[in-house]
Design a protein around this ligand. Structure first.
Ligand SMILES: [Zn+2]
Ligand SMILES: [Zn+2]
Length: 289
């Protein structure tokens, strides 16, 4: 009798643990807004982003790579290591070291092979560090509007575990009219991105199983800019914003220095991937409890 009691208790315990896991299905949505200076973001009218950071963890003093080109910085964000390791030194992606330092989707899938990973982007070179079978990717020659539509449809209909979204129009506005909070066209592009993010968040909440999912939403950028360019090590180019939103974040301004490499590491942590020393990641977990 005693043995049986223990046996049934064990079954009950296993059932509770499994149920618990079903209840908290951790998922990650990363939104990257290319070329967005934090001071301009704060000057713009962005109700959707405000909702995320005012109820989340944030830093408007985070740092990207000193070599502030898109290719370098997006690769740092998505691999969790700096350029000395991932070896992307410009927008040409000549010889990326994805063998040793792969996209974090690949790291996650080493431990969870069934993880459903999606990358939907406007600027196609970002996918040069992904093989087609690493993730469901959307092809080139897009606009932010088309990216937003595709993201919304995918979030409503597919069983997504982790998604990276890239919007490019703010960077276009910066290059054509100036990366500065004083430029109404640059501000307007940020406000348009906020509208797109509003649509994406609405679709996220419409997911059939949303009540049983625990989404971490990370929003950041690859670099800032000044004049009509970026690429330098100046604060205007290298200061970025970092927003983490979800049940598991520690609300308020993040006191430590946040880096662009923290994005991949924080995403892995939330996906409950055991971060291995041999991966030699440079980023840290930022904004979680
Ligand atoms: Zn960029
Ligand atoms: Zn640019």
């Amino acid at each position: 009798m005693k043995f049986q009691f223990k046996y049934y208790s064990l079954i009950a315990l296993v059932a509770i643990v499994s149920f618990g896991q079903l209840q908290a299905q951790n998922k990650v949505l990363i939104i990257g807004i290319d070329g967005t200076r934090p001071d301009a973001l704060l000057a713009a009218r962005t109700p959707n982003l405000d909702q995320l950071w005012e109820n989340g963890a944030y830093s408007f003093k985070a740092k990207t790579d000193d070599l502030s080109w898109s290719g370098v910085c997006w690769t740092s964000m998505l691999t969790g290591v700096w350029k000395e390791k991932h070896n992307v030194y410009g927008n040409g992606y000549e010889n990326p070291n994805t063998e040793e330092y792969p996209h974090f989707f690949n790291l996650a899938r080493q431990q969870q092979p069934d993880l459903r990973t999606y990358s939907i982007i406007n600027w196609s070179p970002i996918h040069k560090i992904l093989n087609n079978n690493d993730a469901t990717v959307m092809k080139h020659k897009l606009t932010d509007g088309l990216v937003t539509k595709s993201v919304s449809k995918t979030l409503r209909n597919e069983d997504v575990d982790v998604m990276f979204v890239h919007l490019d129009n703010v960077d276009h506005a910066g290059h054509s009219t100036g990366f500065t909070p004083d430029n109404p066209k640059y501000i307007k592009a940020i406000e348009k991105s906020d509208k797109n993010i509003g649509k994406i968040l609405k679709s996220l909440k419409k997911r059939k199983n949303y009540a049983n999912e625990n989404w971490l939403i990370l929003v950041s950028t690859d670099h800032g800019g000044s004049g009509t360019n970026h690429g330098e090590a100046t604060p205007e180019h290298t200061t970025i914003f970092y927003i983490a939103s979800g049940k598991d974040v520690k609300k308020g301004e993040i006191q430590k220095q946040v880096y662009i490499t923290d994005v991949a590491v924080t995403a892995l942590k939330h996906l409950e991937i055991a971060i291995k020393d041999e991966w030699q990641l440079d980023g840290n977990v930022s904004g979680l409890k």
